[in-house]
Design a protein around this ligand. Sequence first.
Ligand SMILES: [Zn+2]
Ligand SMILES: [Zn+2]
Length: 739
Amino acid sequence: MISERGDGRPRDAANPLNELPAVGGRIMAKILVCVAWPYASAPRHLGHAISTFIPADVFARYHRMKGDEVLMVGGSDMHGTPTMVRAEEEKVPVQEVAERFHALHTKNIEQLGVKYDLYWNTAAEDHKTWVQELFLDLQQKANVYEATMVSPFCTTGNHFLPDRYVEGTCPNCGFERARGDQCDSCGHLWDPFELKDPRCRIHGTAPVPRETKHFFFRLSAFEEPLKAWIASDKEHWRHHVLTFTRSWLQEGLKDRAMTRDLDWGIEVPVPGYETKRIYVWFEAVMGYLTATKEWFKLHGKPDGWKDFWYDPKAKHYYFIGKDNIVFHSIMWPAILMAADPKLVLPYDIVATQFLNISGEKMSGGRRKGVWLPDLLERFDPDQIRYYAVATMPEAKDTDFEWEDFAQRNNSELLAVYGNFVHRALTFADKNFNHEVPEAGYLDATDKALIRAIEEQWKRVGQNLEYVHLKDGLREAIQLARLGNQYFDQKAPWELVKKDRAACGTALHVALRAARSLALILAPFLPFSSQRLWNALGYDSEVHVQTWDEALEDVPAGQKLRVGRPLFTKIELETPEAEAADARFDVRVAEILDVKDHPNADKLYILTVDYGAGTRDIVSGIKNDYTPDQLRGRKIAYLLNLQPAKLRGVESHGMLLAGEDEHVVGLVLPPEDAPIGTQVLGVAGASELPFAEFQKYKLRVGEEGRVYFLGHNEEVRLPLKAGDAFLKVDKGLKEGTWVH
Ligand SMILES: [Zn+2]
Ligand SMILES: [Zn+2]
């Protein structure tokens, strides 16, 4: 049995913070990062990314920075039945569906900054060949054998029903849509007839048992070896992974069918099996091995993979969701043992709990999905990565909330980290000739921050060693928090007037902390780290810097290149806001003519052009604007307000303006906004009663931006023409609407 798998590191997993990574003269580790294979059947959502490729990427990037030999592999599972089910629903060839989603996954992964060494797929020729070779090899070793089994057969459709084609109630947890091979709710594996009320997923009728010949993997033969393996050297495994695996082994292992009656998948390399295919549970996990082989083959070293798979010092980390534990802690190690007892078994199985996303939040409304393509369209990839790691459900399931998503980004990433580096950069840029100031005498406060850099760097590294990514990120943000405290304490805006040299020193130390943060956060937030690195005046790639370089100083005199802040605030559109938005039709209009109202001293009659016609509105701004100030002016025009007679003249719609105790100011679109541009709501919204409109208030927010506020201020509707916010004339800060 393989018992000594460590690299001689002291075994103190229970208390990782006691163990400091050595600096310099470190022995380089060989690390294989294996990422679960997503089905090529649908876009991936945030929950998938959180349990697989985002944590894997953070971990791999960290080890690359440390100088370790890292290979990160994975790809799309092309042969899973969900892909077939989708193809059937869409009435297109299954290969088309598989290729479409493989391309989408590849693109999303790249957009997220996830850097696989090889993102592959299981339809690749080499994968097929190597799977078939291993199949025959296992058959030769008598670990695979042929037997007759009873399979569910649908007499309605005249077909056998492999795994996902059977649905029924889980005897373990009562979940009503458990699949024929596994319950998605509790993770228990089943045979189709073990489910209560099994039925054909396509035809809805109960299947009958029918005999069919298949190949079986002799899993039972590996029960004892697996028990011995699990009993040794697993202190660093997550508790739930270990518990789950042990209880599985306790139930006893049964041989498992490794072929099925299907025509999509890898062909069984045995005559008489033309209508059957190799089961995905067998070939997809093999992908970790075949992808390693492929990477070395592509790099001209066809035997190089053995360095990773036969070196007992190589460490293999598997990043998966908790529904996949059994395949990685039992099936895959058993296959490896069966193939060659010298192959390297998993060192750690980093299984993440679920991020529960209710159906409503999953798809919810227009552009609201948590599907990666939607998220990537709306947010900076680092905002998605930050949230993913900061809320990673390591120990228990977590519920996804949009408010939480926005809040963590706004109050931590932006307010703590983004704010600190932006303050330090812009202040130095403005007051010290666009460069890093000289550091002079260091006082106790300066020295404390420099010590904190080293301390936090150490803590982040220790946590990453043990794949405690959430804690690692928290320690990194803590450094930014200390940076902010330092900045407030030093108050450079005052210091610059009293003691310019001391102010320069303070900014130098702050920029040194910012430089360290760019490197320490590079595994977590690759895009913003690169932006910060460039802003600090470096031309190089932040990702080729080493982990140890985070402790180095920033060179005085280096030219800064300060740009926009690192992050933008996330403003959520709530479902209430969406519904409210659809009630309005506000457009850019131009005032063509101004006349006095015949029956009222304070009212004008304005003729406005709103792009699709002209209308007359009655408006009470006579005391605030002269006709000359209004003629030819662009305004924000509420088109769908219910018409009303004001002192005998009918008014169609209304111009938007704000008022405080002193003045009235028009809401102004940008000068260059074309007439007819939609600034709020939707064109053709139904008539809006005045009473309903009155529930909204005008609010002027940051930088003079204008909003409608409604429903106890929960709804915030920005008035925008394209990307530009509308402003209020005369510098009004608050106000109500003027009719
Ligand atoms: Zn059927
Ligand atoms: Zn269940």
